[in-house]
Design a protein around this ligand. Structure first.
Ligand SMILES: *Cc1c(COP(=O)(O)O)cnc(C)c1O
Length: 371
């Protein structure tokens, strides 16, 4: 490839569309602190995701951190190490202890059959991740949480507008965090949100993202600053208009990948899941070295030589990070450990050329056949 192919590329509205959307800000001169764009965007999201409340944030990570703070949790939170740094950091930065549960081998979400063994009298919440937009076993998690009186906060950063059996994923758990980072399917440059049906949680988050200020003379919470500004909200309003087209284009690209890479033993690709309407946010491929004779790193290097950038996502496992490895043993979650060492997410964005996908698959196929 002459030009470098990145693993992702941000979707952009037409410049004129964004310019038109932000032009009223020059009249209102209201740049942040829950302005007109912010409120409009919030309403549209609440309708789209079929939730009572969407609390908007400057980014997804602070949304998650503050949702945990708002729930007044203590002790231990069960989560998985197969995620982005944000998930575990949000727990630890709240002074809580992450307890790592292993994942499923087929969809990489939390293994619900292993959760109850990890519950102790210190456990106060479960923080599962809808990895790559694959949806956790929400019913089972709900049952476990009810039985043990635990809160459930989903890291739904990858799962914007995914539907399960007709219900939007935002409706599950006590809260769901979405990320609107530039690299996500839907973005506001940087940004994030908490979806919840609890008015109490919504009100608390409103305060926590604005320093804990109740009114001009009362500050009664130790809050942070995590408000979404008007320019972010304007980008969100523009991108929302193109969401459907965006996902449709991604779907076509994913179907093409599947066609080129199907029926190769030792190569695990993500398949359509019954009852799930996906957002096609990532295309992860797991390479089984024992069958293929070639490992993930070799494929990564061969593609990189051809100017194609993939991502070892998620690698390393969070429990193997330098800042955590002295406290945790990543071998306690053997499936997560195995997937992290053998997964690659392939380049995927709405406007990736079909010829590029063909080339990527040809390189993978020839690497596999060479051995
Ligand atoms: C992107 C992401 C986050 C963090 O979101 P930001 O908006 O970048 O702060 C958290 N968890 C997962 C799984 C993510 O992919």
């Amino acid at each position: 490839m002459d030009k470098k192919i990145m693993v992702t590329r941000s979707s952009m509205p037409k410049f004129d569309e964004y310019a038109k959307e932000i032009s009223s800000i020059w009249q209102t001169v209201w740049l942040t602190n829950m302005g007109e764009k912010h409120n409009l965007f919030q309403n549209e999201l609440e309708k789209l995701l079929e939730v009572q409340y969407m609390s908007l944030f400057s980014n997804g990570h602070l949304a998650l951190e503050l949702a945990i703070q708002a729930m007044n949790l203590s002790g231990e939170v069960i989560t998985t190490p197969y995620s982005f740094a944000s998930t575990t950091h949000a727990i630890v930065r709240n002074g809580l202890k992450p307890i790592f549960c292993d994942i499923n081998e087929d969809d990489y979400t939390i293994n619900v059959n292993k959760i109850e063994d990890l519950i102790t009298d210190k456990t106060t919440a479960i923080l599962p991740v809808h990895v790559y937009g694959n949806i956790c076993d929400v019913e089972k998690i709900d049952n476990i949480a009810k039985k043990h009186n635990l809160k459930v906060i989903y890291d739904a950063a990858h799962a914007f507008n995914v539907k399960v059996n007709g219900s939007n994923v935002a409706t599950y758990g006590d809260a769901s965090m979405f990320s609107f980072h530039a690299t996500k399917v839907f973005h506001t440059i940087e940004g994030g949100a908490i979806a919840t049906s609890s008015e109490e949680l919504y009100k608390k988050l409103y305060k926590l993202k604005n320093f804990g200020i109740e009114n001009a003379e009362v500050v009664d919470e130790i809050g942070s600053n995590a408000k979404m500004n008007e320019f972010q909200a304007a980008m969100g309003l523009c991108n929302l208009r193109h969401l459907e087209t965006e996902i449709k284009k991604r779907k076509e690209k994913v179907l093409l990948y599947r066609e080129y890479l199907q029926n190769i033993s030792g190569l695990h690709i993500s398949e359509e899941i019954q009852g799930v309407e996906s957002n096609y946010s990532y295309f992860p491929v797991v390479f089984d070295k024992d069958i293929l004779g070639v490992d993930r790193n070799q494929i990564f290097d061969s593609l990189q030589k051809e100017n194609i950038m993939c991502r070892k996502y998620f690698y390393p496992l969070i429990s193997d990070y330098d800042c955590y490895k002295s406290e945790f043993n990543s071998l306690d979650t053997p499936i997560a450990k195995k997937i992290a060492s053998s997964v690659l997410t392939l380049p995927l964005y709405a406007d990736i050329e079909c010829t590029v996908i063909e080339k990527i698959c040809n390189i993978i196929n020839s690497e596999i056949k060479r051995v």
